[in-house]
Design a protein around this ligand. Structure first.
Ligand code: ZN
Length: 333
């Protein structure tokens, strides 16, 4: 049995080491929105040119107009709905310009390419299959939305899952590997040609998608009866985000949507799913301890002051305070 701490970078390597090994250092140390500013300077002036942005008066999830400003970071505003707790970039980047935004180099890709990250991802994906198998007798097919470097599909293949699809907009991956069905054309909807799937997964993807309801609704249609959806997404209410706030790279222009346990649950239930499992993964424990010890949160090594002995990975996940929400839901009641 794989335990989730086994793919937790802060625990496996120590926070500071982990950030060095996964080449996150520059991203973190820049401590601002380099890409946001880049886009602003190169293509537009935020104040004088609003054509790239739209202001939202209502919550995108529940449509309530009871929204408040939650966080501000270098020109980026995040609103939160008081009713359902869903939070979102506001004003947010319009969908028709997203490809322009994503066309810029995305710093986190550097982190994904490292050997240390690949090792952790391999364990994380094996953990996912272990957990999915609790709710399914046989997984025959998987669609990974936001398939990235195809790592999850590779792990699925090793687990003898026969039919594998990946959606990765703008990707050239289809030319590399013909074993998978890679779809590069994506308008927030699973193509109708893909159906009767056992599993659909979204790894760190839903926070980027403009019309996330459309993705989840179309996923519902594409699954077989009792099919499973697996979602991993940044947790707005993580301890690290709450402590580190503006210095956390979680808050960036690429993230349009900021989910909480409550709002992700609502989205899935509204679309006809039943929640089978919900938990948080990835503690960011060293980052939190550093911060509490008055140190720079990411590149310091915590002294592990006795006063914070209560702060363990177990405590963090028992209270849904981990860095990522990890949900498995089933189609139907
Ligand atoms: Zn709402």
């Amino acid at each position: 049995m794989i335990n989730k701490d086994e793919f937790d970078g802060n625990i496996v390597y120590g926070g500071s080491n982990f950030h060095k090994k996964t080449k996150r250092t520059s991203l973190i140390m820049e401590n601002n929105f380099p890409h946001y500013e880049y886009v602003l300077e190169e293509n537009m002036h935020y104040k004088s040119n609003m054509k790239y942005f739209e202001s939202l008066d209502n919550c995108i999830l529940c449509n309530s107009d009871d929204i408040e400003d939650k966080l501000y970071k270098d020109g980026l505003f995040i609103s939160q709905c008081r009713k359902c707790s869903f939070s979102f970039q506001n004003p947010r980047f319009k969908s028709e310009y997203l490809s322009e935004l994503y066309g810029k180099e995305y710093s986190l890709n550097g982190a994904y390419a490292s050997e240390a990250q690949n090792k952790l991802d391999e364990i994380k994906y094996k953990y996912a299959i272990q957990e999915l198998n609790k709710y399914s007798d046989s997984i025959e097919s998987v669609l990974d939305i936001g398939a990235g470097n195809l790592h999850f599909l590779n792990v699925c293949k090793k687990n003898n899952i026969k039919t594998l699809y990946g959606i990765e907009p703008g990707s050239t991956l289809k030319n590399i590997d013909n074993e998978y069905n890679i779809i590069t054309d994506f308008s927030d909807e699973v193509p109708l040609s893909i159906n009767n799937l056992s599993v659909i997964s979204l790894w760190d993807t839903l926070e980027h998608i403009h019309d996330f309801k459309k993705v989840i609704k179309s996923s519902y249609k594409a699954l077989e009866d009792d099919g499973l959806i697996l979602i991993m997404v940044p947790n707005l209410n993580s301890l690290a985000s709450r402590l580190i706030r503006e210095k956390s790279p979680s808050f960036c222009i690429y993230h349009l949507n900021y989910f909480t346990e409550k709002s992700l649950e609502k989205l899935l239930i509204d679309c006809g799913f039943s929640i089978m499992q919900k938990e948080t993964v990835i503690s960011e424990i060293d980052n939190c301890r550093n911060y509490l010890e008055f140190q720079e949160p990411y590149m310091s090594v915590p002294k592990n002051e006795k006063a914070f002995d209560w702060l363990t990975s177990e405590y963090i996940h028992d209270n849904m305070l981990g860095s990522r929400l990890f949900f498995i839901a089933k189609k139907g009641k």
